[in-house]
Ligand binder design. Structure first.
Ligand code: F6P
Length: 358
């Protein structure tokens, strides 16, 4: 029976606690014991921060947002640079982690994270020979090798609920309102939320767009007396502005505020044409309780990760494929990002329904 370490890394999302509960509740009856590391990889490094995870510690946590283990998307274990670049974690950091795990008797790690956290996990497992199983987490849903990450569905739901509210006020005032969703490199949240939330235009980071085309679309609607909702992914590039996030005082991690840039660009291009407003949903999409879909997916992922450790698997990530859970290589999952393409069904549906999509 193993002492299994669990950590949550990168940006948080709804459903992390449900995964933790799934792992521990499925593993205790099999005789495994659990240690939860605090603040992602930082907790594995000096000064090590951890606590035992017992039946008591995971009772009543599944419906609560965030992570009881805390997390960070900064720190000494940074293994990803930008969209796809891999950095080598220094050997002394990997060795420090290996030493600390060994002294606690941890022989297997279950790591809940996105591509950055899992890339670091892979480097540790390769250097220290630790048994490793990953669980795919990111609200952006841009991890390869899985149909869906947990946290995505809740993020979409938050955005849709916001858009439902924004529709009524936009209609009352006949305004054009830009609603910014998260999504640095991939526009999955904006696409799904835009389609479900009846947006009239959706702008994704994956494709460029011409301001005149967007303005023409919005102008047609305005001329017909209609308000518009434009669902904007935070990672878009506004025409004429070299990189979203610049000039906004945006942090290294956050691109939030690009919709304000877009509002400004529309006002410059078509002065006094629209009554524009901008809503940045930001971290509301990451916070709060997981919805039912995410709770179920997270619990399934947690139990499957435990089963994988129990079966002696390593270097693998639990993955959803056509409603079934399977195991894929972490190396494949972090080899690139899963992006929206021209053939994505939800994109095609949106276009066929007359929604402007870049
Ligand atoms: O990668 C997940 C994500 O939520 C992105 O959509 C967003 O750009 C980023 O994290 C925000 O990070 P932070 O928590 O540092 O603001």
């Amino acid at each position: 029976m193993a002492t299994i370490g669990i950590l949550t890394g990168g940006g948080d999302c709804a459903g992390l606690n449900a995964v933790i509960a799934g792992i521990v509740k499925a593993g205790l009856p099999l005789g495994h014991t659990f240690i939860g590391f605090d603040k992602g990889w930082e907790g594995v490094l000096d000064p090590v921060m951890y606590r035992p995870l017992t039946a008591e510690s995971v009772r009543g946590i599944s419906h609560i947002g965030g992570t009881i283990l805390h997390t960070t998307n900064k720190g000494r274990f940074g293994a990803k640079v930008g969209a796809g670049g891999v950095a080598r974690i220094p050997d002394e950091i990997l060795d420090m982690a290996a030493r600390n795990l060994q002294s606690l008797g941890v022989t297997a790690l279950i790591v809940l994270g996105g591509d950055g956290t899992l890339t670091g996990a892979l480097q540790l497992s390769e250097r220290a020979g630790i048994q490793l199983v990953g669980v795919p987490k990111t609200i952006d849903n841009d991890l390869m090798s899985t149909d869906q990450t947990f946290g995505f569905s809740t993020a979409v739901q938050v955005a849709v609920e916001a858009m439902d509210k924004i529709h009524t006020t936009a209609t009352s005032h006949q305004r054009t309102i830009l609603v910014e969703c998260m999504g640095r490199h991939a526009g999955w949240i904006a696409l799904f939320a835009g389609l479900a939330g009846n947006a009239n235009a959706i702008l994704l980071p994956e494709f460029p767009f011409a301001l005149e085309d967007l303005v023409a679309h919005l102008k047609h609607r305005q001329d017909d007396g209609l308000p518009s909702i434009v669902c904007v992914a935070e990672g878009i590039t506004v025409p004429g502005i070299s990189r979203s996030g610049e000039n906004l005082g945006a942090s290294e991690h956050s691109l939030a505020g690009v919709a304000h840039q877009l509002q400004h660009a529309i006002e410059q291009y078509a002065p006094e044409t629209f009554e524009l407003r901008t809503v940045v949903l930001g971290h509301t999409q990451r916070g709060g309780s997981p919805n039912a879909e995410d709770r179920i997916l997270a619990k399934r992922y947690g139990v499957a990760a435990l089963e994988a450790v129990h079966a002696g698997e390593s270097g693998v990530m639990v993955s959803l494929r056509d409603s079934n859970l399977t195991l894929v290589k972490i190396a494949d999952a972090v080899s690139g990002l899963k992006l929206v393409t021209a053939t994505t069904p939800e994109l095609q549906t949106s276009k066929q329904m007359g929604i402007f999509i870049n």
